[in-house]
Write a protein that binds this ligand. Structure first.
Ligand code: ADP
Length: 486
């Protein structure tokens, strides 16, 4: 592949196992990483398993003790240098990300800034892990609460945000005084490895942040059965999340799970329609529909349904599909053929049940895993798009009459991650915000993720929160000190 980097040493074919770099050439089996836009080979990473994972966990265990003893300020300064290096190398990190994931270069660089912001935020929050002093329950007693790092954390991350899904976990974990052993998605390991290179340069002590590439089953098995690992943090599908949850039961691990979503996006008659269209494009089509907070079901009130559908199609039709490295590309390829198959299936299911394709609807003329951005009208609750996460560029438009009806429909899912609605009626804004059974609600906006806010879901969308001051707590244990004899 003709990836030209300012600093070619950021793209290395090696995993980070504790303090060692293990090169792909040193291992008998490797994984090939290809560019989804072209099918070209980017490079190889070692195919590691349980033994290397155990080694990394043992070293993470040793390293964590010294790390936790540092002052929060000392940890904070190392994290801040890591952040600075990410920003200095934003172009290269973005290029590596586009090459292995496919998203447009501008979007990839945006993800690097977003990903880095979690390291910056938690470098700041590290110093604010305050405890409490509570009035005692007896005259000679005092109650004190302190926060301490959980210990060794294992992390498993997906391919859709190859940088930010890692930093959102590593930032708070390391800031809290934990160590981390990470298994990145096999489609996008080079973004993770580049982060480990920069962590080393930032002065993060060896052994605190391992990146183990290879067999998900073997690495995940070792992580979940380990008695040393105290917490597993996972972002991915609900199916794999539930399996990992079960695997963690025998050792009673703490869990952070960011799982699937089925986000409703509701447009009421009183909405600013142009703003709603713009928000829908962002919420639906960012990363080509491949995010867990992507709008999956778009509900539009009867009075504005036709106008909304027309404006949305007009706007999306103007956005170019292509190789993420080509200037102006808005839609890159989908991650793989399985993604194309799922999108095609959902469209076919909807059209056979009466929906109309008003834009796109089929694989793109560019071939490979490119797919036309698609809009469906006349969509109903009986179609697969109503209940399953499409994870692709399909916008299904449902029609509704009443507020109570759309709130019930929006909540009629096992998922509860992100939701969105557009309205200018203040009373309705409060009513609907409180009624939506979701961890996050975007009100008159299609873009809600930021380091300052708590990201996470209810119901089968997960456990815990990432980002915000609450994100640090997820990597800390509360300890209660009962002081007697006073
Ligand atoms: P996606 O559809 O986003 O790939 P997955 O849940 O399949 O979602 O994958 C998310 C992450 O979980 C990836 O890093 C993947 O390699 C990992 N993974 C998949 N299967 C397993 C497993 N059996 N054990 C541990 N990790 C797994």
């Amino acid at each position: 592949t003709d990836l030209r980097l300012n600093d070619p040493t950021l793209l290395i074919e090696a995993a980070r196992v504790g303090s060692k770099w293990v090169g792909a050439t040193e291992i008998s089996t490797t994984l090939e990483v290809t560019n989804p836009a072209t099918g070209d080979l980017i490079g190889r990473v070692p195919n590691l398993g349980a033994a290397e994972t155990a080694e990394a966990i043992a070293e993470a265990h040793r390293a964590q003790k010294g790390w936790a003893k540092l002052t929060a300020k000392d940890r904070s300064q190392i994290l801040r240098r890591w952040y600075d290096l990410m920003i200095e190398n934003q172009d290269d990190l973005g290029a590596i990300l586009t090459a292995e994931q496919g998203k447009p270069l501008a979007e990839a660089k945006g993800e690097i800034a977003y990903g880095a912001s979690f390291i910056e935020w938690f470098a700041e929050e590290a110093r604010r892990a305050y405890g409490d002093v509570t009035p005692g329950h007896a005259p000679d007693k005092r109650i004190i609460t302190i926060k301490q790092p959980i210990g060794v954390v294992a992390a498993i991350t997906p391919w859709n945000f190859p940088n930010a899904m890692i930093t959102r976990k590593a930032g708070p974990a390391l800031a809290a005084g934990c160590s981390m052993v990470l298994k990145p998605a096999s489609q996008t390991p080079f973004s993770a490895i580049a982060l480990a290179v920069l962590a080393e340069r930032a002065g993060l002590p060896a052994g605190l942040f391992s990146v183990i590439t290879g067999s998900a089953r073997a690495i995940g098995g070792e992580m979940t059965s380990s008695k040393i690992v105290q917490k597993l943090t996972f972002t991915g599908s609900t199916e794999i999340g539930a399996m990992l949850y079960a695997q963690c039961a025998p050792t009673i691990k703490k869990l952070g799970l960011e799982l699937g979503g089925n986000a409703p996006f509701i447009v009421f008659d009183d909405a600013d329609l142009d703003a709603a269209v713009e928000g829908a494009v962002i919420a639906k089509f960012r990363n080509n529909g491949q995010t867990c907070v992507c709008a999956n079901r778009i509900y539009v009130q009867t009075g504005v349904y036709d106008a909304f559908a027309e404006k949305l199609a007009a706007m999306v039709a103007k956005l170019p599909t292509g190789n993420g490295f080509d200037e102006g590309t808005v839609f890159g390829p989908l991650i793989d053929q399985a993604a194309v198959a799922k999108v095609s299936e959902h469209i076919k299911d909807a059209t056979t049940k009466g929906a109309t394709v008003t834009l796109g609807g089929k694989p793109h003329a560019l071939g490979g895993t490119f797919f036309e951005p698609t809009i469906l009208t006349g969509v109903t609750a009986s179609m697969a798009v109503a209940t399953e996460e499409t994870f692709g560029p399909v916008a299904p438009l449902f029609k509704f009459d009443r507020e109570s009806e759309v709130v019930a429909a929006a909540n009629d899912t096992e998922f509860g991650l992100a939701s969105y609605f557009y309205s200018r009626d203040m009373a309705r804004v409060w009513r609907v915000s409180e009624a939506l059974e979701y961890g996050m609600v975007g009100i008159n906006t299609g873009l809600i993720s930021t380091a300052e806010a708590p990201f996470g879901g209810v119901k089968m969308s997960g456990l815990g929160r990432e980002g915000s001051r609450h994100g640090l707590d997820d990597f800390m244990e509360l300890k209660y000190l009962c002081m007697g004899g006073i």
